[in-house]
Design a protein around this ligand. Structure first.
Ligand code: DX5
Ligand code: ZN
Length: 217
């Protein structure tokens, strides 16, 4: 089943528990947590302690997207904090098999993320080890950016690779996803839709999530 994953990056952190509870009641499937360190991306967000608090206020699975240097040093703490999914970027991790094995050994689903300029082809020798691939449809660092169209072709190419080498691997997309393009990317093969601004900056979050679910069903 396809899953809507609101990103709390665009939520109001002064009332995070209420924000999460609202999207949970509205039918969100997974909570997406964006971890940024001010080095790999030009922004800083939060770490494992906050993820651990988020874990106490929701029953939904947590999807931790690491946009940090030295990801390997922090896998244990995010797993301990309650991450159900952890994704690491292709661009700044030299030993992906080792990292992916480590994530899986902790009972967490492992994903690799591709920036908009990183070709899908580069995953060919690791796709068989992955639980999911995250295709960035913006350059990571901020919420509310404009969707980069080449993501659709990348999803189609990735879906072919997945069908050939690892049919269980899921495709996630992140960046600029909203009511205007969710069906397009769903038809291309996306299983998990990260939605930041389109959900949390809307006055009718319940309505938006319901409509998203209708469009991808
Ligand atoms: C961007 C983050 C995204 C962000 C998406 O670096 O990875 O998860 O929250 O936000 P929207 O949906 O507003 O583009
Ligand atoms: Zn993200």
């Amino acid at each position: 089943m396809k899953k809507i994953c609101p990103s709390i990056l665009s939520a109001d952190f002064a009332k995070l528990a209420d924000e999460i509870s609202e999207v949970e009641k509205a039918g969100a499937d997974i909570i997406h947590c964006d971890i940024m360190d001010g080095h790999f991306v030009p922004n800083i967000t939060f770490g494992a302690d906050v993820v651990s608090h988020v874990n106490t206020i929701t029953d939904l699975p947590l999807d931790v997207h690491l946009m940090i240097e030295n990801s390997d040093k922090y896998i244990d703490s995010f797993a301990k904090a309650g991450a159900d999914y952890i994704s690491v970027h292709y661009e700044n991790n030299n030993h992906l098999h080792r990292l992916v094995d480590k994530i899986k050994s902790l009972g967490v689903k492992a994903g690799v993320v591709l920036n908009p300029a990183t070709p899908v082809l580069l995953l060919k020798n690791i796709i068989g080890n992955l639980d999911f691939v995250l295709i960035m449809s913006v350059n990571p660092g901020f919420g509310g950016q404009k969707f980069i169209e080449n993501a659709v072709d990348k999803v189609i190419e990735l879906k072919k690779m997945i069908n050939e080498f690892n049919p269980d691997c899921l495709i996630e997309i992140d960046g600029g996803i909203g009511l205007n393009n969710i069906k397009l990317v769903s038809d291309a093969g996306v299983d998990m839709f990260v939605c930041g601004a389109s959900v949390f900056k809307s006055v009718d979050r319940v309505g938006v999530i319901k409509e998203m679910k209708r469009l991808i069903s």
